[in-house]
Design a protein around this ligand. Structure first.
Ligand SMILES: [Zn+2]
Length: 197
């Protein structure tokens, strides 16, 4: 149960239906082979796996949607001109790592650039579930997590970033991205314990 949803609780009571447990969704960004073990893999990316596992297990128990976004690039994607080939559609590099394997009822969406909302149908899924608040986790904090947080904010969702479930290439990049998401998108930047309590 979450704190602080007074207005929503009242409207839920008036409707006679509780949507409270469905108001939040977890978005898992790019926890795929190329970003954890493969081409851009790192110890820093691997360090968030247990934390994300704990979060998604808790979300599934509460009936909150768990939505995976993964890079699945096609030749000609603009982004390949910046980073070179990575996470190509149909290759191992684009597969979600086995430790965080999706389960029945989870959503898996493919993306071709940084934002999880761009051309993926994510917005429709969130609306269908009545989601108002998104918890964004994965890699990297300053690129795909950040662009996803920006679009979530633009589309009117509240944003939560559990600091121990996101990572990037350096402490400096991590701190700057967290600070900017807090400042620009009013993101709640907190430890996972605050998110699942
Ligand atoms: Zn990419």
């Amino acid at each position: 149960m979450r704190e602080g949803g007074d207005k929503k609780d009242i409207s839920n009571r008036l409707c006679g239906v509780s949507v409270r447990d469905m108001a939040r969704a977890v978005i898992v960004v790019d926890m795929i082979d190329d970003f954890v073990y493969g081409k851009f893999g790192s110890e820093r990316a691997r360090s968030v796996v247990p934390c994300i596992k704990k979060l998604i297990e808790s979300a599934r128990k509460k009936g909150e949607p768990v939505i995976y976004l993964r890079d699945a690039h096609k030749r000609g994607d603009k982004e390949l001109g910046v980073w070179g080939e990575h996470a190509m559609k149909g290759t191992k590099g684009s597969e979600i790592i086995p430790e965080l394997a999706p389960q029945k009822g989870d959503h898996i969406l493919e993306k071709q650039t940084y934002s999880s909302f761009f051309g993926t149908g994510l917005d429709d899924i969130l609306k269908r579930h009545g989601v108002e608040e998104v918890v964004i986790v994965g890699v990297t904090t300053d690129i795909c997590v950040r662009h996803t947080a920006a679009d979530a904010f633009f589309k009117g969702f509240d944003v939560i970033i559990p600091t121990d479930c996101v990572q990037t290439i350096s402490d400096d990049s991590q701190d700057r991205a967290l600070e900017e998401m807090k400042k620009l998108y009013n993101a709640k930047v907190v430890g996972l314990d605050k998110v699942i309590s």
